[in-house]
Design a protein around this ligand. Structure first.
Ligand code: GLC
Length: 540
């Protein structure tokens, strides 16, 4: 793997995901905002990350927490103004942090003026042709045009008063664009330029495997119970269609006009990895989230297999592999890894879940998993709050929940609110430092203060110190461009050599002999010559 220069900073980057509504609230309304992020960027520089990815902060009715955009080129008043964004970007760049923004091209909000115009203009109009309107089936068109299901549960079609139906792979407030209409591509090229001109370093592209649907929108048989983001089933007519690649080749040329340092990152739930690698061919995107890795249990054999497959598949197209354990859509990894097998994506956890994670086991395993991930060659993602060791919040009352998944499945799936609870900064402050008024759009658990940043900063053995030390050591030892060489090990143990370090992870529960040498990073206490279960060490 080539060593990274500033042009290809992304090959080695640790990228920190900020979920704006839950990061830091400056004005006390209980929802995080851009000024709050700017005020707290110093903490991210101190953590040592290279870049920040901001989940959507654009104008939105917030039916899907901002992934329903009503104006792609403005900031939602909930989060601030474009001037606040410019100030955030300037501060980040001063601190040496790159900034990647979220782009949501598969669908807009139903409140977007384009969709409102489509509703007003009626069947057959050019305005409707920007979205996927169709006549229904049945005698009076009373049946949806096909049997597709929304990822959030329920049908993927909603009928409008004149009788036509529109497609929404997600919530009914998120109508899908028709990407075969060149008008849509023209608008998104303008949107890319709008943010590139402001100075952003790249885009995380939402649902980058969904924008093109199979010709004729054929039924998908067998009719699944509910939607999924794809990955498991082959040949779904709305996921991973070949036509998406022309869009990214086009976008890549737009980015290149701004020089080699701006990046495109795919959220593409595609299997197998050899197919996902198509998203990051040299003339398409720069990198893609490795969800196969995220979904791998904490166990030596499957981890080794997914790492080998990832390095081979991405390496074959000249792209770095990425590694990710948590984000705003999945159960926080300490809690997820404490459950064997993990609950499926989207299910979430709640008061009535049949299995509840053990917080102590989860934290130990989560720390070991992160220490292992940060030693792997390539680029790694960290989701806000994982550097504090936050667990999934399980005991959220139904009345507080906001994820459309919860409502569209009639509460059968808890959805994703448990990983979105505003994060704690200062143990003794109102809302644990999240908001000066003590407000918090999702209630924080009583125990949140014990995870606060100020309770961990400078405290030996804290999760924050582990993350900080591992990120620094990863850079100092240039592990992101290292060559991974597996070493023989006991069945539950993973051991590899990269540069001058030996990385050993014990995924089992029985202590194993610890190789001799100086310990550079340890995810937990290490005994005399023994590596306990659920622990990772880096040894020189
Ligand atoms: C992506 C986002 C998720 C959102 C969905 C629809 O998967 O990560 O949060 O709900 O797209 O935009």
């Amino acid at each position: 793997m080539p060593s990274a220069t500033s042009d290809d900073w992304w090959r080695t980057a640790v990228i920190y995901q900020v979920y704006p509504r839950s990061f830091a609230d400056s004005d006390g309304d209980g929802v995080g905002d851009l000024v709050g992020i700017t005020q707290r960027l110093g903490a991210l520089a101190e953590l040592g990350v290279d870049a920040v990815w901001l989940s959507p902060f654009m104008t939105s009715p917030q039916r899907d927490a901002g992934y329903d955009v009503a104006d792609y080129c403005d900031v939602d008043p909930l989060f601030g103004t474009l001037a606040d964004f410019d100030a955030l970007l300037a501060r980040a760049h001063d601190l040496g942090l790159r900034v990647v923004v979220d782009l949501v091209p598969n669908h807009s909000s139903s409140e977007h003026p384009w969709f409102q115009a489509a509703l007003a203009a009626g069947p057959g109009s050019p305005e409707r042709a920007r979205y996927l309107f169709r006549d229904g089936l049945g005698r009076d068109g009373e049946l949806p045009p096909n049997n597709w299901r929304s990822v959030f549960g329920g049908p993927a079609w909603t009928r409008v008063p004149d009788g036509q139906w529109y497609l929404h792979l997600f919530d009914s407030s998120q109508p899908d664009f028709d990407w075969t209409n060149p008008w849509v591509g023209d608008r998104f090229r303008e949107i890319l330029r709008f943010w590139l001109d402001r100075g952003v370093d790249g885009f995380r592209v939402d649902v980058a495997h969904g924008m093109i649907k199979a010709d004729g929108l054929p039924d998908y048989l067998p009719d699944p119970d509910g939607g999924s983001m794809g990955g498991d089933e082959p040949d779904v007519p709305y996921w991973a269609q070949d036509g998406v690649h022309a869009i990214y080749r086009d976008w890549r040329t737009v980015l290149e006009e701004y020089g080699p340092e701006r990046v495109l990152i795919a959220e593409a739930w595609v299997r197998p990895l050899t197919k996902m690698a198509h998203w990051v061919r040299p003339d398409e995107m720069h990198q893609a989230f490795n969800f196969g890795y995220l979904e791998t249990p904490w166990a030596a054999t499957p981890l080794r297999a997914i790492i080998d497959d990832s390095l081979a598949a991405f390496g074959a197209v000249g792209a770095p592999s990425t590694w990710v354990l948590s984000n705003h859509d999945v159960i926080r990894h300490p809690s997820r890894l404490a459950l064997v097998p993990p609950p499926p994506q989207g299910d979430g956890l709640g008061p009535m879940s049949p299995r509840k994670p053990d917080e102590v086991v989860g934290l130990r395993r989560g720390r070991a998993a992160t220490a292992f991930m940060l030693a792997l060659p390539g680029s790694a993602y960290v989701y806000q709050g994982e550097e504090l060791g936050l667990p999934e919040v399980v005991e959220l009352p139904d009345a507080a929940r906001q994820d459309p998944t919860f409502f569209r499945t009639g509460g059968k799936l808890y959805g994703r609110d448990g990983c979105r609870v505003p994060i704690p900064w200062e143990a003794e402050a109102p809302a644990a430092g999240f908001s000066p008024s003590g407000e918090s759009w999702l209630p924080q658990p009583e125990s949140w203060g014990s995870y606060a940043r100020d309770a961990q900063r400078g405290v030996p053995g804290s999760t924050l110190e582990l993350y900080t030390a591992a990120i620094a050591a990863r850079r100092a030892h240039r592990l992101a461009t290292g060559d991974l060489e597996w070493l023989a090990s006991a069945p539950d143990v993973l051991a590899f050599r990269s540069r001058e370090l030996t990385i050993v992870a014990n995924t089992g529960s029985t202590p194993v002999p610890l190789p001799a040498g100086e310990i550079v990073v340890a995810s937990g206490p290490v005994g005399e010559g023994l590596l306990p279960g659920d622990t990772t060490v880096w040894i020189r």
